[in-house]
Design a protein around this ligand. Sequence first.
Ligand code: UDX
Length: 458
Amino acid sequence: MKLAVIGCGYVGLVSGSCLAEAGHEVIATDNDPARIAALQAGKIPIYEPHLDIVLDSVVREGRLRFTPDAAEAVRESDVIFICVGTPPTESGDADLSAIDHVARMIAKESRTSKLVIEKSTVPAQTGEHLKRALEIYATTPGVKFRVASNPEFLREGTAVEDFFHPDRIVIGVEEKESEQQLRELYRPILEGQFRCPVHQPNCPPVATPDFVVTTIASAELIKHASNSFLGLKISYANVLADLCERLGGNVEEVTRAVGLDPRIGGKFLKAGLGFGGFCLPKDIQAFIKLAEGAGVDFGLLKEAELVNKQRVGRLLEKVKKALWVMKGKQIGVLGIAFKPNTDDIRLAPAIEVIRRLLAEGAEVRATDPEAMERARAVFPNLRYSKDPYEVARGADALLVLTEWEQFRRLDWKRIRKEMARPLVIDGRNMLRPAEMRELGFEYMSFGRPDPSAVTAGQ
Ligand code: UDX
């Protein structure tokens, strides 16, 4: 099939590359000419494992190309994926101006009928507006537009794998023809033709995904409902962690046993600094707003959002209790990205932690395997180092803010020797309290009471 992908951000790049790998002819465009020029020169603007391999091969084989000319992309395709950003406005609603702009552009430039698919996360009823805009602004007589919703559930860090091996593919359609077209488009993935995105040996066999066909409004709701529920689960685990600290339980034991009930499930119950990134916080906020606009008070989500916002404060309480005075203290930070295997720092809890440490007069030195360049744009004067041991050198405290596997595998004995005071505050419950204690650390984490740490402020 001939596909156009409008918007070469995270979703557009991953979807466009993977759809090309699935055998389609893809032309991708973006309103940022510099981004397109970089992509044409083979530079990928985001860090996403395996994306380079897939992108290289589809570009080399001529199945994916980039153009700054959106009209060209529209005219040369039968199916158009809208993958533009829908950032939150001041009030927390999703800003749909980019979708509106693209809809008018598609209507104006199309010379043949198209299937137009919303892939960006949008509030319910956007499909209706999209359809109306396409009809109103169409310029070529006889051209018809069908609209569909096809939300993405890609996690940063595993997006390529998620694309080829999704749990479900959700499509919201109005016509049988659109359903058939989308079924055909995703056929290679539905048939499980991709063992592994990078075709490594020893990949476990994958289950074929469910193909869920719904109305457009339901598909739009499914995306917000999924991400909001994930946030709800994390905040639930975080309140449990606070409770464990007061009552002497261990949140890992509790969530593990609770999660063994298949009705609950064990994933997304990891307590710590809370959720960040550009999806969960933004989608919860937009869902609350959407409900509000529809006259429904989603108090449950408001509470989950509030709990999440308080996590940074909870970590800093521990730091302050242990360090007493923050001014002039040297604090090492391990991890800036909102989660491992990404360079994304948008709404990363670590950013807020660093901001507040600096405001209190602490001297911060930070490291992250991928996110330091992006962090430099936010904190140009912070001291950065590629070397975690250097970050630990002379530090009064070391904070673990992203659970990169590289950090788990550090020589912690050596870290201890480097530090001025062997105090580790683990915002991601990444390390084992008993092992850290044995190595001579004062160690604190979330919801895992540790007899030796009690005096240090847990
Ligand atoms: C999310 C959804 O998972 C994905 O399906 C959707 O399409 C896009 O949004 P992503 O933003 O990549 O993906 O991050 P995710 O893996 O969901 O993690 C979000 C945040 O929650 C991270 O900051 C992570 O550290 C935190 N988290 C996750 C926890 O604090 N505890 C957990 O148990 C799980």
